[in-house]
Design a protein around this ligand. Structure first.
Ligand SMILES: Cc1cc2nc3c(=O)[nH]c(=O)nc-3n(C[C@H](O)[C@H](O)[C@H](O)COP(=O)(O)O)c2cc1C
Length: 307
């Protein structure tokens, strides 16, 4: 008998739906047991978000400053799992604060130690550097990352920015003004996540995960878009500076913090609408000279290897 743990956090339920499809073939399998745990914060994050809270969570998220998380039930903690399927979303180019907080707990240390892990990401479209941070966290927990699936909003970047903001601030996954597409991961991509299930089952039963990521890639588990890698990398350089500025200039829950977070909010809008199109044009100019590096990056970010 093989034991699987499905572990995740989700505000809207989008990631819950994705994970339920990813494990659809495991649920009634006679050779598998499956347990579920949903990460819960001692003080839950709001959903829908207010603007102040949404931007206010940036410094702690980016710096991975853990907040208190509810304990994992004993019956889960006492089990040794053959595979953990770990679902997380990206907040500010970083694994979301609930998931990094969870990975900081003693419960996580116990569960992840020497355990195989498949990460499942459900986000807007910038997950590559967050997954690098996740690789480091998993390594520190002595877990073995054996697979990664990343589901994203495939609409063009600026459309997805508009629609996700509407979703996060209203709590409704609806077509904005009736003209924009639905926000987040498309329903057909959520439903098709069940295609990964037989592949994962096959590898668990063989107890051999060495080729799992290649098998998942054949099923298009991950698409790496070179321009988004550039944006993600540059975004991280700029976010480190902003996280530093905000925390050095203001204390949490003070009017000064509210002020600096507002400045960051305006900067972010400027970066998305003005800077990113310029970076895109520069990227097009460098595409051919940098073609070799782009190809190498694509292969690396599709893999579960840590440089
Ligand atoms: C505070 C915050 C920041 C986010 N930042 C990013 C980001 O940097 N990159 C990205 O692709 N998605 C980002 N998202 C979208 C989330 O990854 C995710 O798709 C969305 O919150 C729905 O997840 P859920 O399953 O928790 O409902 C962000 C969401 C929130 C709430």
């Amino acid at each position: 008998m093989k034991h699987v743990l499905v572990l995740h956090y989700s505000q809207s339920g989008q990631l819950t739906e994705i994970l339920n499809n990813v494990v659809s073939d495991m649920v009634n399998h006679t050779e598998l047991t499956i347990d579920y745990h949903k990460i819960e914060m001692e003080t839950p994050f709001p959903f829908p978000w207010s603007k102040e809270e949404f931007y206010g969570v940036f410094p702690d998220t980016y710096k991975q400053n853990a907040r208190p998380v509810k304990a994992v039930p004993k019956h889960i903690l006492e089990k040794k799992y053959d595979l953990i399927i770990f679902g997380y979303q990206v907040w500010y180019l970083t694994p979301s604060l609930p998931t990094t907080s969870f990975l900081n707990t003693d419960d996580a240390k116990k569960l992840f130690n020497n355990t195989n892990v498949v990460t499942v990401i459900g986000c807007r479209n910038l997950w590559m550097m967050a997954q690098e941070k996740m690789k480091h966290k998993l390594k520190a927990l002595q877990a073995n990352l054996v697979g990664n699936i990343a589901l994203v909003d495939n609409h063009i970047n600026h459309i997805s920015v508009i629609t996700i903001a509407q979703w996060m601030f209203s709590g409704k996954k609806e077509r904005f003004l009736g003209i924009f597409p639905k926000p987040g991961v498309a329903q057909k991509d959520i439903d098709n996540a069940s295609r990964f299930s037989p592949t994962i089952v096959k590898h668990i039963l063989k107890n051999d995960f060495s080729t799992l990521q290649n098998s998942l890639l054949e099923k298009k588990a991950v698409t790496v878009k070179p321009f988004l890698v550039t944006m993600d990398t540059r975004g991280n350089v700029i976010f480190s500076k902003w996280a530093q500025i905000i925390t050095s200039k203001s204390e949490k829950n003070t009017p000064k913090r509210v002020f600096w977070v507002k400045i960051f909010n305006y900067y972010l809008l400027f970066a998305i609408w003005i800077i990113s199109p310029i970076v895109f044009i520069l990227f097009l100019f460098t595409y051919l000279p940098l073609y070799g590096k782009i190809k190498k990056d694509k292969k690396y970010y599709s893999s579960v290897v840590l440089k």
